[in-house]
Design a protein around this ligand. Structure first.
Ligand SMILES: [Zn+2]
Ligand SMILES: [Zn+2]
Length: 297
């Protein structure tokens, strides 16, 4: 809802008293975050189970029966490594504060943190009673306004916003590579089994092997389509928003600037690491928290 200048003045005056809330919210940025949504938790658990199912089939049905060959070792290490990176990126997306705006009003001295533009009208969210920064939207599931909110994804049980978009992009990237790898291994193994007339190609019986491979192929095709589309959409969104901000539409530097703002810093291997900037809270019980949709774990 838009506010008049009198209302804005009143909000800012009220905000001076709420300054402590904003300071605490800044400290919350380093703490873990979790959205207690049953549907989201179920979807996130299903995501993990599907990835672990793919790891099981690839390792114990497709690769291990071929013995200690170089082929099995290379693809086994590669696939399991990619699965670990995908699950790590999923955890980081789910347990990172997406950029929640502090509840209540923001103090005048925190105007810079709220990314307010010169002359910009303040907008107040009537649902969580916070002053919304530019490009922030309210999420009814997280029950908070989220900075640079892209969407709420039940598969990661969290909003995708300013602070966790990089991990969501990495998650979609690793899952699409993982799905492509699984499909290629399935195709290769199917041809090998046909050549061997389904003898010595699996520790399981031929019907079970075929059933597991069909499930893996269907899952991989579904995941590959979904995550590849999501990955390209996210990249396009990041690059185009930077182009609009800088009014240099189509400029290569602008695309890099957009990616740098999301992934943090100049291009490096850290961009593809889901562990970048990880700070484990050694003594989480010592950190004071106030109510909200999230809590420390
Ligand atoms: Zn809100
Ligand atoms: Zn949300």
């Amino acid at each position: 809802m838009r506010t008049s200048s009198a209302q804005r003045q009143r909000l800012l005056l009220e905000a001076e008293g709420a300054g402590q809330v904003a300071v605490e919210a800044e400290e919350e940025g380093g703490a873990l975050w979790f959205v207690p949504d049953c549907c989201g938790v179920l979807c996130a658990a299903v995501t993990w189970l599907l990835v672990l199912f793919a790891v099981f089939v690839v390792t114990f049905v497709l690769l291990l029966p071929s013995g200690g060959s170089v082929h099995a070792a290379v693809h086994g290490l590669g696939f399991n490594g990619l699965a670990a990176l995908a699950l790590a990126a999923h955890l980081r997306t789910m347990l990172t504060d997406p950029g929640a705006v502090p509840r209540g009003n923001a103090a005048r001295r925190h105007g810079t943190d709220l990314q307010l533009l010169p002359g910009q009208e303040l907008s107040k969210c009537s649902k969580c009673c916070s002053i919304k920064p530019h490009r922030a939207h309210h999420c009814s599931i997280c029950q908070r306004c989220i900075r640079r909110m892209d969407h709420h994804c039940p598969w990661v049980n969290n909003c995708v916003g300013e602070r966790n978009q990089r991990f969501f992009v990495l998650f979609t990237m690793y899952v699409s590579i993982l799905s492509g790898h699984a499909l290629a291994l399935c195709g290769y193994h199917f041809i090998s089994c046909v050549r061997l007339q389904w003898t010595e190609c699996s520790d399981f019986s031929p019907p079970v092997t075929i059933l597991l491979m069909i499930f893996l192929c269907m899952e991989s095709l579904l995941f590959l389509t979904f995550t590849a589309v999501m990955f390209s959409t996210q990249l396009h969104s990041i690059c185009s928003s930077a182009a609009v901000r800088n009014s240099w539409s189509g400029d290569t530097w602008c695309r890099w600037a957009g990616l740098s703002s999301v992934f943090g810093g100049p291009p490096s291997l850290l961009w593809i690491s889901p562990f970048a900037g990880l700070k484990l809270p050694l003594f989480p019980w010592k950190r004071p928290r106030r109510g909200g949709a999230e809590f420390s774990v």
